[in-house]
Design a protein around this ligand. Structure first.
Ligand SMILES: Nc1ncnc2c1ncn2[C@@H]1O[C@H](COP(=O)(O)OP(=O)(O)OP(=O)(O)O)[C@@H](O)[C@H]1O
Ligand SMILES: [Mg+2]
Length: 375
């Protein structure tokens, strides 16, 4: 039997629920040449959604979707190699050999191209060579024109390019080439909301107004209730809708944690899920994340830890007031601003106007239980 719940990997098949509107909008954009930027809190389901759309559009002969992940790219040169390799690999049908396509579309790279024993290809590139770079960036467009199709390049963990040396001029280069491509468009997304918001939402950045920005929302509770009950029933167990709602509420609708807590409760259930089973499953969830959260804390200064504690204890809008500054020894309003900014940059908190929230709801719950011991 398959696991009734999944977390830690993208959700697919029977584990993928909801997202009808978002999938429709992505498919419209992909078919009509509109660039898309997908942003959400951590682990809400960006990768799962894009995978689902790619699968749903697999039979569309006019649109070819290519997916890559920039996570492992440390610099511009890695990016070009990944970009060229994934495009050549994914546009080559069984009938066309990788090497033929590589030679045809990347002739300037032929001396740098090698075929591995597995039959796969690999490139080596000199980032400084402008000709190679231009050839690589124009690759999807040249293929799209020749094949008379539209190509969509989806790049996960796109915020990674923000870490490259001289990232802004690289971003400028990408934007200036990509915006002139009429048969290729891009879907850019990643897990660092704050960095992506800067990259795409600030007028001073090259990718400003690059495309349709979609903010992924939480999956509605009714969908989760339906899903959790179905997964319990299919495995000979049962769960009330109230307990399903309690799962969603405890993890504040975070998709990954809903699946993880549902799984922990399922594992503790013989026939029918109970409230007391849920209490134990919540403890399991905190316990499973204990080491991870201790590591989080180790990466924070004592001011940052005390601010996290204040936020976890409900001071989401009044962090800069004199009472809170006094109670949590935060020094001054100027210091609170600095601390908030640093926590935002580390992706610990999300700031909307005056409101500051912890990005990870379970970290917040763990802080409430454990932090007093550590400060
Ligand atoms: N549509 C969905 N239906 C059911 N579960 C989902 C769905 N989307 C996400 N999940 C759950 O959330 C987890 C994280 O999903 P995914 O990796 O797609 O999120 P992400 O937003 O790409 O995460 P990250 O911010 O780490 O890149 C999955 O492992 C799964 O448990
Ligand atoms: Mg992801």
């Amino acid at each position: 039997m398959d696991n009734p719940f999944v977390y830690g990997v993208a959700a697919d098949n029977a584990h993928f629920i909801g997202r009808e509107d978002e999938a429709r909008r992505l498919m419209m954009n992909f078919s009509n040449g509109i660039n898309t930027i997908l942003i959400s809190q951590r682990r809400l389901g960006k990768t799962s959604l894009v995978n689902n759309v790619i699968e749903r559009m697999a039979d569309n002969k006019n649109v070819r979707i290519i997916k890559m992940d920039a996570f492992a790219c440390k610099d511009e040169s890695d990016f070009y190699v990944m970009f060229a390799t994934e495009i050549i690999r994914q546009i080559s049908s069984k009938a066309e050999s990788l090497i033929e396509n590589a030679k045809r579309f990347l002739s300037s790279l032929v001396p740098k191209l090698s075929v591995e024993q597995s039959g796969d290809i690999s490139f080596s590139l000199e980032t400084t060579d402008k000709q190679y770079n231009a050839d690589v960036l124009s690759l999807p467009e040249r293929i799209a024109v020749e094949k008379g199709i539209r190509i969509v390049v989806c790049i996960d963990e796109f915020q990674q390019i923000g870490e490259f040396t001289d990232s802004l001029s690289f971003q400028k280069k990408l934007r200036s080439v990509w915006q002139h491509q009429h048969n290729t468009n891009y879907c850019l997304f990643g897990s660092k909301r704050h960095l992506l918001m800067n990259m795409f939402g600030k007028a001073s950045y090259p990718f400003y107004k690059f495309g349709d920005i979609i903010f992924l929302e939480k999956i509605p509770v009714e969908r989760w209730v339906e899903y959790i009950q179905r997964q319990f029933t299919n495995t000979g167990k049962s769960i009330s809708s109230e307990i399903c709602e309690a799962i969603c509420s405890y993890v504040e609708g975070n998709s990954s944690y809903v699946q993880q807590l549902a799984w922990l409760l399922w594992a503790r259930t013989d026939t029918a899920a109970t409230e007391s089973g849920l209490e134990l499953a919540k403890q399991d969830l905190l316990q499973q994340n204990h080491i991870l959260f201790l590591n989080y804390i180790n990466n924070l200064s004592s001011f940052q830890i005390r601010a996290v504690q204040a936020i976890a204890e409900g001071h989401t809008t009044d962090l800069s007031t004199s009472n809170v500054i006094f109670d949590y020894r935060l020094s001054s309003t100027a210091n609170v601003s600095r601390v908030k900014k640093a926590l935002e940059e580390k992706e610990f908190v999300e700031i909307t106007g005056k409101n500051v929230e912890l990005s990870d709801p379970i970290f917040g719950r763990w802080v409430l239980r454990n932090l007093k011991t550590y400060i």
